[in-house]
Design a protein. Sequence first.
Length: 229
Amino acid sequence: MTEIFGVDVEETITSRAELRDIIAPPNTRTADKVIDHIDDLAQKFIAASPFAVLASRRSDGHLDLSPRGDPPGFARVLNKKTLVLPDRAGNRRMDTFENILRDPYVGLFFLIPGHKDTLRISGTAALVRDAKLAAHATERNSVAEILLLIRVERVLSHCPKCMLRSGLWDHDQWPETRDVPTLAEMMVRHSELSMSIQDMQDIIDRDARTRVYSSSEEYFGHVNLDTNR
């Protein structure tokens, strides 16, 4: 037995050679499915996707995952090697953007509701401000003040097994969520807030009503909605 992270395990795998001694190499059609650009098929997938998860690396080496969502096609293909993503008002932590300023490598995982296949893209990113690019990303009069340009280096489609196993799009397989903690509960506890869970929930509900798309002043943080909190 070996102890890993305080857990006793029978065996650890510590090298590629050990891994491949257990798992056979992928077949050719799987190994060769990675391309270095956005072709017409990948572009159609991206155009239909309203949601992506953006991965970036922190200064301490850990990874951050940031959900991004807008109407389908919010990630706009500029050419075969370049994507642009709008940024929307959030909590102004700017974790992803600060990560990219230190380390530009990013990954994207695109999903389409009800569709079982997924698309993975990775490359390098840059933060930009540009009126022409922002004009294409305006939603409900909300201008994308900062955009993320991504230079695409890897593109690959992914099989639907995870969707089938999880029943992600199958309502009959969805779990009961009555006992799942809310964002308000976790914020009050994890941030050790003095306010009540209900007060925190009221702020979250207000933001859901009024800040899904925001003014430039709200995006930049020049409007403090919490002056009475």
